[in-house]
Design a binder for this molecule. Structure first.
Ligand code: HEC
Length: 179
């Protein structure tokens, strides 16, 4: 399965209103942030292009949804639950509460994920995880499957999405159980 090992994408948190900044600040060690900041400054100073930006496989947005699976396969709700609950991988509970009574200290910044599948179709949930700014440009929710339009991403983490396509599908499959 696709749980990525090693450090998470770790751009410099540019400002507190930026979802990726909040997420990655929480996930990244101080040293990594400092090193990344230095790398960005150096690259900017000498005018190096940021190379190797990954081109994500295209997906089709229909209305406010991505109706088709990013992988062409259904996700696994058990793995998705682990990603949502994880303080390293999804970090959803930083902002959301979810019906996971065993998880302490759940967030209240975003809506409770309980019943989220009654309010959204599968495709709507997919777009909300992939790139919530398509729906609300001011949202603080991170785009979990986006590599462009981010600010001040350290070169080492350029072109890397927060979650893989497979992980997105696992999260969507878990959310679909929350009727
Ligand atoms: C930094 C805070 C933050 C994080 C982290 C975050 N979200 Fe959100 N999320 C929000 C906010 C705020 C909203 C409300 C809508 C908006 O701002 O556009 C939202 C909305 C949603 C919605 C729509 C809810 C509804 O009732 O229709 C879903 C689904 C969702 N988030 C799932 C997730 C999942 C799954 C994760 C982890 C993979 C996650 N979020 C991580 C802040 C966050």
């Amino acid at each position: 399965m696709g749980l990525r090992q090693g450090p998470a994408p770790c751009p410099i948190p540019a400002n507190a209103a930026n979802g990726e900044g909040i997420l990655r600040e929480a996930r990244c060690a101080r040293g990594a942030i400092a090193a990344g900041a230095l790398a960005v400054v150096v690259a900017a100073t000498v005018g190096l292009p940021f190379a190797n930006a990954e081109v994500l496989p295209p997906y089709v947005i229909v209305g406010d949804a991505i109706p088709e699976s990013l992988t062409g396969q259904p996700g696994d709700p058990v793995r998705g639950k682990a990603i949502v609950a994880s303080r390293q991988t999804g970090l959803c509970l930083l902002c959301h509460s979810a019906p996971l009574p065993e998880e302490k200290f759940q967030g209240t910044i975003g809506p409770d994920l309980k019943g989220v599948a009654s309010r959204n179709t599968e495709g709507e949930l997919r777009l909300r995880i992939v790139d919530p700014r398509r729906l609300n440009p001011d949202t603080i929710m991170p785009a979990y499957y986006r590599v462009d339009g981010l600010i001040r991403v350290a070169p080492a983490f350029r072109g890397k999405t927060v979650l893989t396509a497979e992980q997105i599908e696992d999260v969507v499959a878990f959310l679909m159980t929350l009727k």
